[in-house]
Ligand binder design. Sequence first.
Ligand SMILES: Cc1ncc(COP(=O)(O)O)c(C=O)c1O
Length: 388
Amino acid sequence: MQLSKLAQNLGGSVIREMYNKALTMTDTISFTVGEPDFITPEPIIDEACKYWKAGMTHYTPNKGIPELTEAISAYHVNDLNPDPETQIMVSCGATEAIQMALFTLVDPGDEVILVTPAWPNYFGQIGMTGAVIKCVPAREENNFVPDPDDIRRAITPKTKVVILNSPSNPTGAVIDKDTCKELADVLREQDVYVISDEVYNRLVYDEPYTSITSFEGMKEKTIYIGGFSKMFAMTGWRLGYAIASPEIISNMTKLHENGASCLPAPSQLGAAYALQHCIPEIETMRQSYLKRRNLIYSLIEEIPGISLRKPKGAFYAFVNARQIMEATGMNSKEFCLDMLSKSSVVTVPGSGFGENGEGYFRISYATSEENIREGLSRIKGYVESLNW
Ligand SMILES: Cc1ncc(COP(=O)(O)O)c(C=O)c1O
């Protein structure tokens, strides 16, 4: 029997492809997977363990347990101020919230605007809905921030959704306040929804963070996506959430009931505890990422032929190697594979983040300073050994 067209056509993420390749090698320095190298702060683990031990091993309400939706509501009291009963859905990671948001908003043939380079999963997630992706570039000369005019021009009567991601994976770009305002001015009048993926919003380094939802009329037409993975180093807990209007949330929850169904109570209670008690731990991790960001920036500056637009958030460096790739005739995938085989450094080709990523490679610097120094020294050696 033929498998479904959906299953056959869906590509895997190039991040995992590089990661898996590296697993077959020894002495590699891996800059691939975008997850904190920190373990979840201990008090959060202790809190969750208490509830596992107490026998909380049963199904839970589909939209999340009240303790967590109330904690999320309190955490957002000064911005989105969502009603915990009707405006929040807890999901299996932010990943599932985005998928459910898309399933709620789009039908096959509708258009979804995506700013690229972008997190690879968006391509698959939009693909699973049967919608058409309209890519809008995030240009390096514009600090990888989307140009509101590009978005205005890309909107057609078929456009249902614009996905925004700030801080961005893979570029580390943070949409500045002025651009956010301009984007709001473009989007406010349009019959489109925004999915605003803000899972990295606690990890910004140079200026205060602005959310598109802070502008008049935008809260009402945005599905805000939040998460615990990056904020509290809880990637393996698989918890995220969406905040939106009651109509959207009730429909997303119907879909979620048929997918992930619900999340474990102890994990949710751990996440509630994290929001209530562990904000200082985020700051400790942020300081550490900031030091690494500065280190990686200064090390890349010392390597002729590659360059880095200083990332302002998340924990990614999107390195421009266009000059070398053009001179050697390699595309970004060939470049990263060649570097892996010769120098045992694993990076992710820019093309894996959409066509606008060609000419670049991504480094995740959520790793130790020692790894960063060793990895960058190997990259330097590799680049110097090339004939260009
Ligand atoms: C931009 C972006 N959104 C969402 C996610 C998914 O996060 P979660 O672990 O909460 O599913 C990631 C993970 O890398 C990401 O980079």
